[in-house]
Design a protein around this ligand. Structure first.
Ligand code: TNX
Length: 600
């Protein structure tokens, strides 16, 4: 299907089989354990615990002696001013849905009883700009930070300390209990990104917003939108209208494609901002430009527009390096997009320009870097830009997507002072298949099971790129094979949280055995939120929350006819036929109760 361009050849050994064995065994152990000890285990509600939070916080001090329960009279207090108010509004929105409580948001500089307070005072200075402190006592929850980003991160931790049903789209019974204790937390890297390719397949605004919501839960703070590629141009450019209307009119496989109007792009940026997330727009050039070349004949050296493309080949297109109009085009695109983009960075791609000669590539980068600067943005580029001569400015962030550790051009750029964003394709690429049977995705960088996505260190992976050169981590999601939100989710979950943890948690806490337990604890949350995910055999998934416990409690002396629903041992059960005295969860003589799942 895809031609393998030079530099992309990675041969993977079939190590997957060996690991599958132990993963399956672990999954079986979990399943057997549940079945054998059902009544005893069911008597205890699966408590949300500090130890389950992803990404792992820096410091946890649980206090099992106390807990706080959100009730119909609880209020959300926020530090007066716009910063905390936005996070308070978000928290209210998040909690009202599953609790059905009014949870008014009230400005106040102090913490109060029966409240959740979001305060911009009194935080331990160690929290920095993005960290937070979270304290839960018997009568209140207090989140303290120095900036809205920190409060937002604290809210994400609080969310994971509440029962999984907090992710439900409808009102659930609760109780909405937060275990007592304290968290002190701040990120390892300031930049934790997710990239989404909306060019190969176009995704509507609602899908992008939903993905933003899902990844914000794991403290991802940057969305890199790959807005243009050979198969489609996905955003309105007013000075070059055909880019979107014609260049955006198809996609991989020949579907109708689509594009964002500038208003819609602003809507995505605003939604991301409400989740403390910055959008980085990418316009890939000088290669990956067939959709632009097809839209405007004058951008081609021969003056002839090629046809639109719907296949997934790479490396065949190039802007015409020696025409002045090329730089007018780039200037217009950067100008219009920079004016709409509050974030500091503009990503100009630069990858796989196999149809551009080395000399032309150098000429192009030398002309285009100043255009980005002229419009007030700092450039980012895929790691090929590190080879450009003259050297790209040291402010340029180099995005490493190699599969091998030794990339001398990137090491040299790091030595000159450039920061490097780590997205090694054989670790962080969410579009790689998990294994040979994965129905979606590609495999040119190998298969990436969850453990592979987690087991690497951003600060030691690339030679010559140490901790101080690492800008952060990013998980790219290319969409050659992905058509729907459900496809996106299946590739991102559970690997996106793995990369998110590499970006947030201290290197000293890196531990696969501990991480896979935490990850397993996310399953009931994803089930409640309706997130599609890959049920990796490497992870001990907890039983998803599917039942509700608002049915009458099972009573030994009652007679039940088939179909009756009861609650027992924190599970919901359905009687299969007439029964009396058979305890749900014991097999009974005929196994009369069907387990509909745990409920929070
Ligand atoms: C390589 S990674 C690409 C993309 C493809 C991706 C598929 C990079 C900078 N370029 O054009 O979509 O592989 O995995």
């Amino acid at each position: 299907m895809c031609t393998t361009p030079p530099g992309r050849i990675t041969v993977r050994s079939p190590r997957i089989g060996a690991r599958l064995g132990s993963g399956l065994a672990a999954a079986l152990l979990v399943a057997t354990g549940l079945a054998a000890s059902a009544p005893a285990a069911l008597a205890q509600a699966p408590e949300s615990a500090y130890a389950d939070v992803v990404p792992a916080p820096v410091k946890l001090t649980p206090n099992a002696a106390v807990k706080f329960t959100i009730s119909a009279t609880t209020k959300i207090f926020v530090q007066p001013g716009p910063e905390a108010a936005g996070v308070g509004a978000y928290l209210g929105e998040l909690l009202r849905r599953p609790t059905g409580f009014p949870l008014p948001v009230v400005p106040s500089a102090a913490a109060h009883a029966n409240s959740i307070s979001l305060l911009l005072t009194g935080a331990d200075p160690a929290v920095g700009d993005q960290g937070y402190q979270l304290d839960t006592t018997a009568d209140r929850v207090v989140v303290r930070a120095t900036k809205a980003a920190g409060l937002f991160a604290g809210v994400q931790t609080l969310r994971q300390l509440l029962p999984a049903a907090v992710e439900s789209g409808s009102v659930k019974p609760g109780p909405w209990t937060v275990p007592g204790g304290s968290v002190l937390d701040h990120p390892r890297f300031g930049y934790r990104g997710a990239h989404l390719d909306v060019a190969r397949h176009f995704f509507p605004v609602a899908t992008v917003k939903r993905y933003i919501d899902e990844i914000a839960a794991y403290k991802i703070n940057t969305l890199h939108l790959h807005l243009t590629d050979d198969q489609g141009w996905r955003i309105e450019i007013k000075s070059w209208p055909k880019l979107a209307t014609y260049g955006g009119s198809t996609q991989v496989g020949g579907g109708p494609g689509g594009y964002y109007t500038q208003e819609q792009y602003k809507e995505i940026i605003a939604h991301a901002a409400s989740r403390q997330m910055t959008v980085i727009p990418e316009f890939d050039m000088p290669g990956h430009t067939n959709s632009a070349l097809a839209s405007y004949a004058e951008l081609n050296c021969n003056g002839v527009a090629p046809p639109l493309r719907t296949d997934i080949e790479v490396g065949y297109s190039s802007l015409c390096i020696n025409k002045d109009i090329t730089y007018k085009f780039v200037d217009d695109v950067v100008r219009e997009i920079a004016a709409l983009t509050p974030g500091r960075y503009f990503h100009l791609g630069g990858d796989e320009a196999h149809a551009t000669s080395e000399a032309d590539y150098n000429t192009f980068m030398a002309k285009v870097m100043p255009i980005v600067a002229k419009h007030g943005k700092t450039a980012m580029g895929w790691h090929e830009v590190a080879k450009a001569k003259p050297d790209v400015p040291t402010s340029t962030v180099i995005q490493f997507w190699d599969t091998k550790a030794n990339n001398p051009a990137v090491a040299a750029a790091a030595a000159r002072g450039n920061k490097v964003l780590m997205s090694p394709a054989n670790k962080a690429y969410l579009d790689m298949k998990y294994n040979a049977n994965t129905p979606l995705g590609l495999n040119w960088a190998g298969y990436i099971e969850v453990q592979d996505a987690y087991n690497w260190n951003p600060a030691t992976y690339a030679q010559g790129v140490g901790e101080s050169s690492v800008f952060g981590v990013e998980a790219p999601l290319w969409s050659e094979t992905l058509k729907t939100l459900s496809d996106i989710e299946f590739m991102a979950f559970p690997r996106l949280p793995a990369v998110a943890e590499l970006g947030w948690s201290p290197a000293s806490s890196h531990n696969w055995d501990a991480f896979k337990q935490r990850l397993g604890a996310q399953a009931p949350r994803w089930a409640a939120a309706g997130i599609n995910y890959y049920k990796s055999p490497q992870v001990p998934w907890r039983t998803p929350v599917t039942g509700t416990c608002d049915n009458p409690a099972w009573a030994p002396a009652s007679v039940y006819t088939g179909g009756t629903l009861v609650s027992h041992g924190n599970h919901e059960w359905r009687a299969k036929w007439w029964t009396r005295g058979d305890e749900p969860g014991t097999t009974g003589r005929w196994g009369v109760w069907e387990d509909l799942g745990t409920c929070a």
